[in-house]
Design a protein around this ligand. Structure first.
Ligand SMILES: *[C@@H]1O[C@H](CO)[C@@H](O)[C@H](O)[C@H]1NC(C)=O
Ligand SMILES: *[C@@H]1O[C@H](CO)[C@@H](O)[C@H](O)[C@H]1NC(C)=O
Ligand SMILES: *[C@@H]1O[C@H](CO)[C@@H](O)[C@H](O)[C@H]1NC(C)=O
Ligand SMILES: *[C@@H]1O[C@H](CO)[C@@H](O)[C@H](O)[C@H]1NC(C)=O
Ligand SMILES: *[C@@H]1O[C@H](CO)[C@@H](O)[C@H](O)[C@H]1NC(C)=O
Ligand SMILES: *[C@@H]1O[C@H](CO)[C@@H](O)[C@H](O)[C@H]1NC(C)=O
Ligand SMILES: *[C@@H]1O[C@H](CO)[C@@H](O)[C@H](O)[C@H]1NC(C)=O
Ligand SMILES: *[C@@H]1O[C@H](CO)[C@@H](O)[C@H](O)[C@H]1NC(C)=O
Ligand SMILES: *[C@@H]1O[C@H](CO)[C@@H](O)[C@H](O)[C@H]1NC(C)=O
Ligand SMILES: *[C@@H]1O[C@H](CO)[C@@H](O)[C@H](O)[C@H]1NC(C)=O
Ligand SMILES: *[C@@H]1O[C@H](CO)[C@@H](O)[C@H](O)[C@H]1NC(C)=O
Length: 827
C-alpha cells in the first residue's frame, strides 16, 4: 500500500491551477506570467503572427547591463519571422537573466538563429545554458545542431517546474574555447498547469510493463510533437501554450505510411474531462493516420515511425487518440498493439473504450528508457491486435509527443551535439518539414540508479479511471448503521480503544501501512484483537468509511479476516479485527527469524487463501475484487489457517472530483495484473494474476521484486516463467522445501502458477479452478504413490470466460461455497 493521496491531490490541484492559468492566459500581459523577450533589442516589436515581444535592453529582466546587442548579418529566407531571430544578445562571460514568475510548471522556449553577428563568427558560438542547477544545454554548438537538422534556426522547448518566484537562466560561454561566446535570440515563458502527472503512466520494460510516477518537479525537454496524419499546427493555433504540432510524415519508416484522413463532417469532436482543452488543440484529434483499408496488408506490416533521440535518458511518449469516422462507434471494432523500441507497450488498445465514444478525445502516456550511447533511434510502431476479434484489422493514431526526462546525476537534460551527416541527401526523409527537431545525446550514467528509482516509484498506487459501479448495499441513516447484518458489528467508543491499545502504545504496533497503523490490543478483559487506526490525513472520508463498514459487515467467511467492530468517535476511523497470532504469510517466507513453513503447510495456506478469494468473487451478492492480493495480506491464525485481509477498504476511496468519476485503486508492484492498467480493466482475473505471483513467491521464498539481483531475475514472475519454460524451475525452489515436494505436486503447482500469471486475463483460470487445482496438488503431495492418478494432468476447469469491464460483477448469490465438489480422482 502506498500513498494514494498524492496523485489525487495533484489531480485536484491540476484542475485548480488550470482554471487560474486559463483565465490568466486570456489576459495576454506580463501579469499572466507570459514572457516574450526579444534579446538584443531595445523596443517592443511584433512577430509575424502579431505577438508582441519586449526588447531585453534595459528591461526589468536584465538586472545589469551586460552582453552585446547585435544584429544578424543575414536574413535567411526560411526564417518564419524577423522577431526574435534577427537580433541577438551575445555574452562573452557568464550572464543570468532573472524572470519573476509564479511558482509552478511552465514552458521555457529558447530561440537560436546561428549566424554571424557583427564581429562574432558563427563557429565561435559554443556555450552552456543552465536553469538553477538543471543543465539545459551543455557545450552547445548551435550551428552544428541546426546544420544537422538541416534547418536555419532552432527552438528548444523545455517544461520546467520552478518552486521559487524567480526563474534564473544562465548563459555560460564554454571555458574550453578561448574566443567562445554564448548567444540567444529570444526567450519565451508560458506558465502551464501540471500537464505531465496523469492518472496512469505506463513504464515499458523488456519483460514487463508497470505503472510509473515521477517527481512533480521533473524537467522535460520536448523532442517531438506531431499532429499525426495532418498538417503542422502553428503556435498561434495551439490550445493556449503556443506549441508547434509538426507533420509526422518525414519520420515514417519505409514505404508503408498508412493512410491519413480527417473527421467526418457529421462528427463533432469534444474534449473529455480527463483530456482538458490545454492537452492538445482539437485539430490534432481531427486528423489521423491509420494503416489502410486492407486487412491482409495490415497484418503484414507495422506502421512505424523512427525518431532519433539522445541515449541514456528516460522518455515520456504521449499518444493522442480519437475515433473520428463512422462506422467506428463501438468498443472492440478496432484494437491494436503499440510497440515502443520493439517492446509491447500496449495490447488491445481500443480507442472507443479509452475515450468513451466517437469524437471523444483521449491520450495515453508510456515511459521508456533509451539505451545505448550518443544518438539512437526510437522505434514506434502500431499493429492490429486481432486476438479480441475486432471488426476492423487496423490501428489509428492522431497525435504524438515525445519528451525527454531530466536525468538526476547530474541534473541534466543536455545531450551531445548531433553528428553532421556525411551525405545529407542520403536520408531525405529525415529532413524535418517545419518540425522543431532536436538532436543530441549524452550517455548519462543513470541506468544503474534506474532500477533503484523504479522501485521507489513503484511502491505506489495507480489511479485507474473506471466507471464507478459500486453502490453500498446498505443505506446509512443519520450516520448510524442501519442494516440488520451490521448488528453483528460492535461499536466501540474512543476511550475503549484507548484502553485496549494502551493509548496507542508504539510498542503495540504490529503493522504500518498507507492507511495507518495496526495495533494489537485486548478487549473484554483478555480477547486479543487487531486495531487498525486510519490516518487522519487519509483520503477516506467518514462517509466512505461507513459505506465500507456496511459492506464488510456482510462478508463473513472462515478464510477472511473478520471485522469485529469499529469506532467513529472524535473524527477517528478505527477498525477492530480478529487477532491473527502468526502475523502475515510473508513473515514466514523470507527475511525472517521465523522457522520455514513446511511445503504441506504452505499448500494448505494457499488453499485457504484461495477459498477466501473464491468466496469474495462469487459468494457475495455483487462479487468483490480484492485488488491487492499479496503475501502480506494473507494472515495466519494460531493454527496457521490462512485468512485474507485488507479487502474492501480500497474500494471506498473517494471520487476525486465531480467532473469525472474515478476511484483510486491500490496495488503492489510485482503483483500487478498488466491488464489492470493497460486496458483499465479490473476483473476477478486481476486477483488471479496476483495470486499466481504469490504462488511463485511461496514456492521460491523470495520477494516478488528484488532489485539487487541481476536484471533478468529482478521480477520473480518473469524469472520463474523463464525457468519454467526451460524446465529448470526446480532450481529456484526454496531449498527448505525442495526435497519435500513430490514431482507430481510440483508439476501441477508450477503449471497452475504459470497459467495464473498469463498476460491476458482470458488465458487465466478462475479462482474456483485455482482452488480445485490446489486441492489436487495437495492430494498428490499426500499420496505420492497414488496409482489412480490421470496420466496427463490438465488444469481442470480451465476455460476462458469473458473478462468484464466492470470492477464488481453481479453474480447470483451462490450460498455456501464448497470447493471439494469435484476431484480428478474417481472420475
Ligand atoms: C489584464 O491585466 C491588466 C494588467 O494587470 C489588468 O489591468 C486587466 O484588468 C487584466 N484584464 C483582464 C481581462 O483580466
Ligand atoms: C503589435 O500588435 C499590437 C496588437 O496586437 C498593436 O497594437 C501594436 O501596434 C503592434 N506593434 C507594432 C510595433 O507593430
Ligand atoms: C539593429 O538593427 C536595427 C534596425 O534594423 C537598429 O535600430 C539597431 O540599432 C541595430 N542594432 C545594432 C546592435 O546594431
Ligand atoms: C569589430 O572589430 C573591429 C576591429 O577589432 C572593431 O573596430 C569594431 O568596432 C568591431 N565591431 C563590432 C560591431 O564589435
Ligand atoms: C561548431 O560546429 C561547426 C560545424 O557546423 C564547426 O565548424 C565549429 O568549429 C564548431 N564550433 C565549435 C566551437 O566547436
Ligand atoms: C560560468 O558558468 C559555468 C557553468 O555554470 C561555470 O562552470 C563557470 O565556473 C562559470 N564561470 C564563471 C567565471 O563564473
Ligand atoms: C587559449 O589561449 C591561450 C593563450 O592565449 C593558449 O595558450 C591556449 O592554447 C588557447 N586555448 C585554446 C583551446 O585555444
Ligand atoms: C490558424 O488556423 C486558421 C484556421 O484553421 C488558419 O486559417 C490560419 O492560417 C492558421 N494560422 C496559422 C498561423 O497557421
Ligand atoms: C456521417 O457521415 C458518414 C459519411 O460521411 C456516413 O457514413 C454516416 O452514416 C453519417 N452518420 C450519421 C449519423 O449521419
Ligand atoms: C527494432 O527492430 C528492428 C528490426 O528488427 C531493428 O532494425 C531495430 O534496430 C530495432 N529497434 C530497437 C530500438 O531495438
Ligand atoms: C511489428 O513489430 C513487432 C515489435 O518489434 C515485431 O515483433 C513484429 O514482428 C512486427 N510485425 C511485422 C509484421 O513487422
Amino acid at each position: 500500500m502506498a500513498f494514494p493521496t498524492l496523485p489525487i491531490t495533484l489531480t485536484c490541484l491540476t484542475v485548480l491551477v488550470f482554471l487560474s492559468i486559463a483565465m490568466a492566459a486570456a489576459n495576454d500581459s506580463m501579469d499572466s506570467g507570459l514572457v516574450l523577450l526579444n534579446c538584443g533589442e531595445s523596443k517592443q516589436d511584433n512577430d509575424s503572427s502579431g505577438r508582441m515581444w519586449d526588447g531585453d535592453t534595459g528591461s526589468k529582466f536584465m538586472t545589469s547591463f551586460k552582453g552585446v546587442a547585435a544584429n544578424a548579418s543575414y536574413q535567411d529566407p526560411s526564417l518564419p519571422s524577423m522577431v526574435p531571430y534577427m537580433s541577438a544578445r551575445i555574452f562573452t562571460s557568464n550572464y543570468t537573466y532573472s524572470f519573476p514568475v509564479n511558482p509552478g510548471r511552465m514552458f521555457l522556449r529558447l530561440y537560436f538563429y546561428p549566424i554571424s553577428y557583427g564581429n562574432y563568427t558563427m563557429s565561435d558560438a559554443f556555450f552552456g545554458v543552465t536553469l538553477g542547477n538543471l543543465v539545459l544545454l551543455n557545450s552547445f554548438n548551435a550551428s552544428q545542431t541546426a546544420q544537422a537538422a538541416n534547418y536555419a534556426y532552432l527552438v528548444r522547448e523545455f517544461s520546467v517546474y520552478i518552486s521559487s518566484h524567480s526563474l534564473d537562466i544562465t548563459f555560460a560561454p564554454s571555458a574550453h574555447q578561448n574566443s567562445s561566446y554564448a548567444f540567444v535570440n529570444g526567450i519565451e515563458i508560458v506558465p502551464t498547469p501540471d500537464i505531465f502527472t496523469t492518472a496512469d503512466t505506463i513504464f515499458v520494460h523488456h519483460d514487463y510493463i508497470a505503472p510509473f510516477t515521477f517527481a512533480a518537479n521533473t524537467g522535460f525537454q520536448t523532442m517531438y510533437r506531431f499532429n499525426v496524419g495532418g498538417q503542422a499546427i502553428s503556435p498561434e493555433n495551439d490550445s493556449g501554450f503556443y506549441r508547434l504540432w509538426a507533420d509526422d510524415s518525414p519520420y515514417i519508416f519505409g514505404a508503408s505510411s498508412g493512410v491519413t484522413y480527417s473527421k467526418d463532417n457529421n462528427v463533432t469532436i469534444r474534449y473529455t474531462p480527463v483530456v482538458p482543452k490545454y492537452i492538445a488543440p482539437l485539430d490534432v484529434y481531427g486528423t489521423a493516420r491509420s494503416m489502410g483499408p486492407t486487412a491482409q496488408v495490415n497484418l503484414n506490416y507495422n506502421l512505424t515511425w523512427i525518431l532519433p533521440v539522445d541515449a541514456g535518458f528516460i522518455y515520456l511518449l504521449r499518444f493522442h487518440f480519437c475515433e473520428i469516422q463512422y462506422p467506428i462507434t463501438k468498443e472492440n471494432q478496432r484494437t491494436f498493439y503499440i510497440y515502443i523500441n520493439n517492446q509491447t507497450a500496449q495490447w488491445a488498445m481500443d480507442v472507443i473504450s479509452l475515450s468513451g465514444g466517437l469524437g471523444r478525445t483521449s491520450y495515453r502516456d508510456y515511459i521508456i528508457m533509451a539505451r545505448g550511447s550518443g544518438q539512437v533511434d526510437m522505434w514506434i510502431a502500431l499493429h492490429p491486435d486481432i486476438s479480441t476479434k475486432p471488426c476492423y484489422v487496423d490501428a489509428i493514431l492522431n497525435g504524438l509527443e515525445v519528451f525527454k526526462l531530466q536525468g538526476h546525476e547530474p541534473n541534466n537534460l543536455a545531450g551531445i551535439n548531433p553528428p553532421l551527416q556525411q551525405n545529407p541527401d542520403a536520408e531525405p526523409k529525415r529532413v524535418p518539414g517545419g518540425a522543431r527537431k532536436s538532436k543530441s545525446g549524452l550517455p548519462v550514467a543513470i541506468a544503474g540508479g534506474f532500477a533503484l528509482m523504479l522501485i521507489a516509484l513503484f511502491s505506489m498506487c495507480v489511479i485507474c479511471r473506471r466507471k464507478k459501479v459500486r453502490k453500498s448495499s446498505c443505506k446509512t441513516n443519520n450516520g448510524h448503521l442501519n442494516h440488520p447484518a451490521c448488528d453483528l458489528l460492535r461499536q466501540f467508543s474512543f476511550s475503549q480503544i484507548q484502553i485496549a491499545t494502551n493509548d496507542f502504545d508504539e510498542e503495540l504496533i504490529i503493522g504500518r501501512g498507507g492507511f495507518g497503523n495496526v495495533y494489537s490490543g485486548e478487549i473484554d478483559g483478555g480477547t486479543k484483537v487487531a486495531i487498525k487506526r486510519l490516518n487522519q490525513e487519509s483520503q477516506q472520508g467518514s462517509h466512505e468509511f461507513q459505506a465500507e463498514i456496511e459492506m464488510l459487515c456482510n462478508i463473513r467467511h472462515g478464510h477472511l479476516v473478520s471485522l469485529i467492530g469499529y469506532c467513529q468517535d472524535n473524527n477517528e476511523m478505527i477498525l477492530v479485527y480478529d487477532y491473527m497470532a502468526h502475523g502475515t504469510l510473508r513473515e514466514h517466507l523470507y527475511n525472517t527469524q521465523n522457522s520455514p513453513l513446511s511445503w504441506r503447510r504452505r499448500l494448505e495456506i494457499c488453499i485457504g487463501a484461495a477459498r477466501g478469494l473464491h468466496y469474495l468473487h462469487t459468494g457475495t451478492e455483487t462479487g468483490i475484487i480484492h485488488r491487492d492480493v499479496k503475501t502480506s495480506n494473507i494472515l495466519l491464525d494460531e493454527r496457521f489457517m490462512a485468512k485474507v485481509s485488507d479487502f474492501g477498504l480500497s474500494k471506498a476511496f473517494p471520487a476525486i472530483d465531480n467532473t469525472h468519476v474515478s476511484t483510486a485503486v491500490k496495488g503492489t508492484f510485482g503483483y500487478f495484473d498488466p491488464e489492470y492498467f493497460l486496458l483499465r480493466r479490473l476483473t476477478k482475473k486481476s486477483d488471479v494474476y496476483s495470486f499466481g505471483v504469490m504462488l511463485f513467491e511461496i514456492l521460491c521464498a523470495r520477494p516478488v521484486i528484488n532489485t539487487e539481483l541481476p536484471d533478468e531475475q529482478v521480477s520473480l514472475r518473469d524469472w520463474a516463467l523463464y525457468c519454467q519454460e526451460r524446465g529448470v524451475l526446480e532450481e529456484i525452489v526454496d531449498p527448505c522445501v525442495k526435497d519435500e515436494i513430490t514431482p507430481e505436486c510440483f508439476s501441477i503447482f508450477a503449471e497452475l502458477a504459470e497459467k495464473c500469471v498469463a498476460d491476458r486475463s482470458m488465458d487465466r483460470p478462475t479462482m474456483g479452478d485455482v482452488l480445485q487445482n490446489l486441492e489436487v496438488a495437495l492430494r498428490l503431495q499426500d499420496n505420492n504413490n497414488c496409482v489412480g492418478r490421470p496420466s496427463s494432468l490438465q488444469i481442470i476447469g480451465m476455460h476462458s470466460d469473458k473478462p468484464s469491464t466492470h470492477s464488481i460483477i453481479s453474480v447470483a448469490a451462490q450460498g455456501e461455497i464448497f470447493s471439494d465438489i469435484i476431484h480428478l480422482e474417481g472420475r
